[in-house]
Design a protein around this ligand. Sequence first.
Ligand SMILES: [Zn+2]
Length: 193
Amino acid sequence: MHQHTTPKAMIYGVMMMAMAQLFWPYAAYAERYELVSPPICKNNLSEQVIFESHDNDRGRFAAGMARRDGEGRPVVYRFNFQFAPAGMQHFIDLHECAHHQTGDIDRPHPPRNSPEHLMNESIADCIAILRIRDEFDMPDRLFDEIAAQLRADMSAAGFPEISISSRLSNISNCYADYPPAEQFISRILQDRG
Ligand SMILES: [Zn+2]
């Protein structure tokens, strides 16, 4: 079974929030948002990716997971999306979709925090922000919202400043300089043979 969870900050966040709530009753994530529509998403084999929402009572962070379900269908699971502002919901959807588009889901999962794993995450972040740039109205506003939210979440989850700033600078470089997502994806698929 291949499981892929992201953004990693969110997962640490879930654990951190669980602990924080013991002595920090004013959870910063009490606000609720409407769920956005999922993006169009096909994997590298042109299969339609399904988006499914799952909520649980304890989760206070939005998170996503890309994998194949029990019947082999490519799926993105959306966890507790009501706690994320619209821009962040789009970003998580697109990041998870990217793991299907690049075929990560069907490849052996690299060891956690290995360079290969971090590379896959950077690529998925990059594809997500390129689609924000090219497929949405007012992308600059969304970019700022997403960057601020990622910084806040990673910081709340205890990530060191170097991890936060390197993730944000990757996203920022992609947004400023990279070709449209489809070109970037074909290049990656070519490189991977
Ligand atoms: Zn990921």
